[in-house]
Design a protein around this ligand. Sequence first.
Ligand code: FAD
Length: 137
Amino acid sequence: MKLARVIYLSAAQPDLDYWQAAAEIVGASQAGNTRDELTGVLLAHNGWFVQCLEGLPGRLSRLLLRIGADSRHRQMQFVEFNEVEHRRFADWAMAHVAFAPRIADQVGDDFDPRLYSAQDLLALLTRADRAVRSQAA
Ligand code: FAD
């Protein structure tokens, strides 16, 4: 079966309780993503969401329609929708990742994911995932 990876970014609605919403989204995503064998990570930083989702293309598309209709964010912009051989974030139905302080310093206070390539965003998400794993270990 062919797998696909999607990376998109979006801006949180200005009046949103951003951190609480990110935690709620990740919590509420577990059951549906597990059922649909979708995996990935969600980064919330500086008012932006950056999410990577991996799984079967049809299931990804159906989830993306729901996410696209979600009033908690806007300006959704796809960065990547590609076929892939392997999942990068196979362990998580959905993980809430954050930058380690060193990475946060590198990206700066004015982090804007629109300025990054798909490859660079995937690298940032991977580093954020590693930071969360090392904190948990
Ligand atoms: P319902 O839960 O029936 O909700 C109906 C409508 O209200 C939908 O438009 C829904 O988006 C919106 N809504 C739901 N809860 C709230 C709330 N607390 N505040 C405001 N509006 C709300 N879902 C996943 O299953 N997997 C994911 O990986 C995932 N990632 C997401 C990433 C982002 C950045 C955002 C904003 C949402 C994400 N969601 C994810 C949530 C997704 O948009 C849907 O809310 C969820 O899949 C449930 O869909 P539903 O059709 O059953 O909607």
